[in-house]
Design a binder for this molecule. Structure first.
Ligand code: ADP
Ligand code: MN
Length: 179
């Protein structure tokens, strides 16, 4: 935390989207390019046991939102984080200066997720989630609209372009309170 001011000097970015849209790929490259800290929430939940057990139907951990937010509070206050998670409605709004929603065409996404070995139920669940733009809606409902940006993530070129755009944005960012 920045002593005295309580304001971060580097931005926090949330990278969200349906599983398979490329959140982790984008976040890790962006972290390298900007020296921001990549926080993969799924990995953190597993490592620190921030969950209430296993969801058999969805085949994933039931994340404990309070434990996750408590765990991240200090580091988010400090700033300079890229948070990577397929959900966005339970984080405090004040944490993020930019919310990136990755979007992938449904046939491309289907292929990526089958390569990942998802079963049929999980496949159709996730592709449906993408078709109905569930994460974009969730982001728009949870954050001010001017902080939410949708980015296409179908190809390698899309990744490069998104990283370039976001790297520029990070370089030019200054704390709203200081400008
Ligand atoms: P997420 O973290 O959103 O689940 P990942 O970053 O793990 O997604 O990406 C899933 C797979 O898709 C990986 O094999 C990755 O290399 C590939 N991928 C991600 N984004 C793209 C893209 N824009 N173009 C081509 N392949 C991509
Ligand atoms: Mn991921």
């Amino acid at each position: 935390m920045v002593e005295g001011s309580g304001k971060r000097t580097r931005p926090n970015i949330l990278v969200t989207g349906t599983p398979g849209t490329g959140k982790t790929t984008l976040s890790s490259s962006l972290a390298e390019a900007t020296q921001l800290r990549h926080i993969n929430v799924g990995d953190l939940v597993k490592e620190k046991n921030l969950h209430d057990g296993w969801d058999d139907e969805l085949d994933c951990f039931v994340l404990n939102e309070d434990l996750v937010c408590d765990e991240l509070e200090d580091v988010m206050e400090e700033g300079g984080n890229i948070v990577d998670y397929h959900g966005c409605d339970f984080f405090p709004e004040r944490w993020f200066d930019c919310v990136v929603v990755l979007q992938t065409g449904n046939t491309v996404l289907y292929d990526r997720l089958s390569r990942r070995g998802y079963n049929e139920a999980k496949l159709s669940n996730n592709v449906e989630c993408e078709i109905f733009q569930v994460l974009l809606e969730e982001a728009k409902e949870s954050y001010p609209e001017d902080r939410v940006v949708a980015m296409k993530s179908d190809t390698i070129e899309d990744i490069s372009r998104n990283i370039a755009t976001l790297t520029d944005w990070v370089r030019n960012w200054s704390s709203p309170a200081q400008s």
